[in-house]
Design a protein around this ligand. Sequence first.
Ligand SMILES: *Cc1c(COP(=O)(O)O)cnc(C)c1O
Length: 467
Amino acid sequence: MMFVSTRGRAGRRSFEDVLLAGLAEDGGLFLPERWPELGRDRLAALDGADYPATAAAVLAPFTEGCFSEAELEAMAREAYAGFAHPAVAPLRQLDPRLWLLELFFGPTLAFKDFALQLLGRMFERVLARRSSEITIIGATSGDTGSAAIAAVAGRARMRIVILHPHERISPVQRRQMTTVDAPNVANIAIRGTFDDCQNIVKTLFNDPQLRKELNLAAVNSINWARIAAQAAYYVYAGLRLGCLARPVGFCVPTGNFGDVYAGHVARRLGLPIDRLIIATNRNDILARFFASGEYRIGDVVPTISPSMDIQLASNFERLLFELLDGDGPAVAELMGRLSREGAFRVPSAVHARACALFAAGSAREEETKATIARWYERTAGAVLVDPHTAVGLAVAERFDRGSARPMVVLATAHPAKFPDAVAAATGRRPELPVHLRDLFAREERFTVLAADATAVATFLRTWHPNP
Ligand SMILES: *Cc1c(COP(=O)(O)O)cnc(C)c1O
């Protein structure tokens, strides 16, 4: 399987290159050259398979030439062994046709562990083959940083440096990163905003000498391997709900269009999906696009679902490429206009094709809070959802009145990861799972630096120098 860039000006690349590079050199995102088919027989054979076997089968067509299905399964067994639920991704029934897919049993309590736990192991194998080493650098506003650190801590040939905005992320989120005690992990608190952190990372990547010297790598959500790994839980959940006989719908809280796009990948692989609903918070660039055909960047407003406070849904470029029939220069044109003018509009035929693939809605803050409270009360305290999941539930319930088909809402984070919002809505403060109970007693380690790329570059060059 070879991969091409959405902007059409990069060469064909192998899975191994795509895994390590993240972004294509023309600024585009990688996509498989053609969609593989899992086929009904293969899907039927996976009905009843456990999570690691399902993940290996879903990933195998993409990793051809890099990892065999057996290698993938071995990595997946290891990656998901540490999850705190034997089903890895359990379904929880809420009413006769509404289900939660609980994706928060990984080490850092959000769905990002699914892809990153596997990616850490993929990196390790590829680097051993190539006898090389990398420095992973990333900026985080919350969940990605902790999931990436948990995936890389203690692994050979990799070190990881995560930048977060000083005193602007939640204490649980910060401590999940800063209390990890491994020599290959460093945290930097930047005196500035998340955007400052992201700009520093971009500046460092654009410095060819530094990039080469430290072998810089990224693990942000545009990495194809992350998307492909996430397609697995759609297949797993769909099969469990009998989708080969009756298609299943999914409603997905999304920010960067990564998670719901993974559902689209599962559909392209052949999974019978009834419909895919995009759920956003007030940062609703995607919902506005599906309503109007115009993709316009707005101001980011802080919400109680901060991991979706994004006004530029990077993975949307992948859908655009498909909607424009693989015309890379046309995608590059639109993305250029977006960065110059902050917006673009697609022709009505293209908009209609997008709307045939996805529905979209957004939830206001009051609705999100009311949804957390409503399910808590309705189930006498048994169902406690985090604010991101609540955005998905609110949108699913609004869209799906009267339908008889099963609808699955992705539960993207554990309620204890966002205790303040959950306590404000229900009066109950969710407790951290056992492995994190002592989080607030652990020692923190991080370096505070100014919002200055040169200071971060100096830190990188002097910290833990390569032998
Ligand atoms: C990252 C994140 C999301 C959004 O995922 P995308 O890939 O950006 O669509 C939703 N909920 C939680 C809890 C997250 O951490």
